[in-house]
Write a protein that binds this ligand. Structure first.
Ligand SMILES: [Zn+2]
Ligand SMILES: [Zn+2]
Length: 288
């Protein structure tokens, strides 16, 4: 199977437009939003739109289709009202993902500010369970992908340990797996740059979330330094990480089953295509 490399794309005019655009930017996988990332209410997906998406994906061999949850969702907020709204919104995210036949729904575990980390973990796990209650995800291949965060003080999932803890709590009741982000890992203090640091970080992944459960790597270079806890994405190869971490990850047999998706900035037209091309070139180089 060809390596799955892609980028986050906009969905103006419908999700199927993003699918149609993927090959134009050199992508055979992609990530989208199905709601405005900063609004609570989201329109539902029309059946014809879902049908068109499935048809185009089959025809163009595009997959996996990954959806990123709205940034407003915080399942472990200290405010009950925010938690309640988050559960409704996240349920909508899962429903739209299932209608579209998406394989993954990326979720930031949330911020437990004002609570303890243990309470935050419990609320996030409970919130996810409530959100999927009664929905038919069995047999679809769909997974909620818990993403590691940049490691800021109150955010859940700032270490591979914390992601693994949440996944372990949910595993029996919910379809959960993992999305790791290169920029978040780097600014959280995991070294991917030096060969020794990279292997050390791999060891950490192995004993926490495990390689098999990592379904997606978000490939983003960083504007900020290793361990800085500042989440600012940069074009691949142009930030504080450079090309080497991406070359290693893209050619690492332990992640052969993964999709590699950039969430790099769009500063100029053509940036999506350029970042995909850089990633693709790193794979080709290793083969020759
Ligand atoms: Zn990410
Ligand atoms: Zn980020």
């Amino acid at each position: 199977m060809t390596k799955r490399i892609g980028v986050h794309l906009g969905t103006a005019g419908g999700v199927s437009n993003a699918i149609a655009r993927a090959p134009e930017v050199g992508a055979n996988t992609l990530q989208i939003f199905t709601s405005s990332p900063r609004m609570w209410r989201a329109p539902s997906i029309q059946p014809q739109q879902a049908e068109r998406t499935r048809e185009l994906r089959a025809k163009l061999d595009i997959g996996p289709l990954i959806i990123h949850t709205s940034y407003l969702v915080n399942l472990c907020s200290q405010t009950e009202e925010v938690r309640a709204k988050s559960i409704v919104a996240f349920r909508g995210e899962v429903e739209r993902a299932l209608v579209l036949g998406a394989e993954g729904l990326v979720l930031h575990p949330g911020s437990w500010k004002g609570l303890t980390r243990e309470e935050g973990l419990r609320l996030a796990a409970e919130g996810i369970e409530k959100s999927i209650d009664g929905l038919k995800w069995q047999g679809t291949g769909f997974h909620i992908l818990i993403e590691n965060t940049a490691g800021s003080e109150f955010s859940l999932g700032g270490s591979f340990d914390q992601v693994a803890e949440l996944v372990a709590r949910l595993k029996v009741h919910a379809p959960v797996a993992v999305c790791l982000d290169t920029c978040h890992s780097h600014v959280a203090g995991y070294d991917l740059i030096t060969p020794e640091g990279y292997e050390q970080t791999m060891k950490q992944i192995d004993v926490t979330v495990g390689f098999k459960d990592v379904h997606v790597w978000h490939c983003n270079d960083a504007k900020a330094a290793l361990g800085s806890k500042l989440d600012r994405h940069e074009h691949i190869g142009q930030g504080t990480m450079g090309l080497e971490p991406f070359r290693r990850l893209l050619n690492d047999a332990r992640f052969e089953h993964c999709a590699f998706i950039a969430e790099t900035p769009v500063d100029e037209p053509g940036d999506e295509e350029r970042n995909v091309r850089v990633m693709r070139s790193l794979v080709a180089e290793a083969k020759s």
